[in-house]
Design a protein around this ligand. Structure first.
Ligand code: SF4
Length: 281
């Protein structure tokens, strides 16, 4: 069986930077906390715990010490709270997320209607909303966009969660561009997401089966799975090698392996090795 591993798989620039900063600081900080999950991947979270980094859901749960803010970004209230508690902050917010936050802050501050194309429950989108002082509006799909009540006297600006589907974003943009007299769009979808999605489309067509590796709460991994599954029905979503089933590869000659931006290399390597062994014996 031929196994093709997507070139764009595993940690993206933003996640690698956040993970490396967490690891380096774990060696010289006594009280090191991480506010929320560094990434939506249980293997990575367990690894950080082993390094002595404590995951907290509220800053009130931390003794004074150092707190890591994750690549997904955080609202301004968290910076204020950490500072008022005398905590040192290691801010690993991805610069690309920061760009979306700044656009939301600037345009909402000038009384524009800011629309965020994204998942309203995702940490990144919540942070963008907070920077807009909760004035931005989130739409998760073209259907939702069509239901939005429009005020033609207002100026509208559209941005996106960095890990959204590029094609769906284009559809939403086209819809608003045809409806709103004063409209501008900023494509804040990350190149890394775009490249992964383009690559998996090609791989899903060229292979008999596809395996996507990612955490169950990882938005970008799920998106890869959905794209591949729509093209190739033999697409499987797993978190790690333990979830692979031998039966998936019985008559398969070519399989593609891709992984979300929060999947570590060691998990990808285990999956490749296990798939390689699945037709033996
Ligand atoms: S997917 Fe892109 S925006 Fe998100 S953390 Fe990675 S590099 Fe940054």
């Amino acid at each position: 069986m031929k196994i093709t591993v997507a070139k764009n798989s595993g940690f993206c620039f933003g996640v690698k930077r956040a993970y490396d900063l967490a690891c380096v600081n774990s060696k010289n900080c006594d009280e090191l906390y991480i506010f929320g999950k560094l990434v939506h991947n249980d293997d990575v979270c367990r690894d950080l715990k082993r390094r002595g980094i404590k995951e907290i859901k509220s800053l009130g749960a931390a003794k004074n010490g150092t707190v890591i803010f994750t690549a997904h970004g955080i609202g301004p209230d968290a910076y204020e709270k950490a500072q008022s508690r005398g905590m040192r902050i290691i801010d690993t917010t991805c610069p690309k997320v920061m760009k979306a936050q700044r656009l939301a802050k600037n345009y909402a501050g000038k009384n524009y209607r800011v629309i965020v194309f994204g998942d309203k429950n995702h940490t990144e989108v919540k942070s963008i909303l907070k920077w807009s002082e909760n004035r931005a509006i989130v739409v998760g799909s073209l259907e939702r966009a069509k239901k939005l009540r429009i005020d033609k006297r207002k100026k509208y600006r559209l941005i996106s969660q960095t890990t959204q589907n590029v094609k769906e974003f284009e559809n939403v943009k086209k819809y608003f561009a045809g409806k709103l007299p004063d409209f501008e769009c900023f494509n804040t979808i990350c190149d890394s997401t775009d490249n992964r999605q383009n690559e998996i489309r090609k791989l899903a067509k060229a292979n008999d089966a596809v395996t996507v590796i990612g955490g169950r709460d990882s938005a970008n991994s799920k998106r890869l799975y959905e794209i591949a599954k729509a093209i190739n029905p033999k697409t499987y979503f797993i978190e790690n090698a333990r979830q692979l089933k031998k039966s998936w590869f019985g008559d398969i000659k070519k399989v593609a392996v891709s992984a979300g931006a929060s999947t570590p290399k060691w998990v990808i390597n285990e999956v490749i090795s296990r798939i390689g062994k699945s037709q033996k014996g």
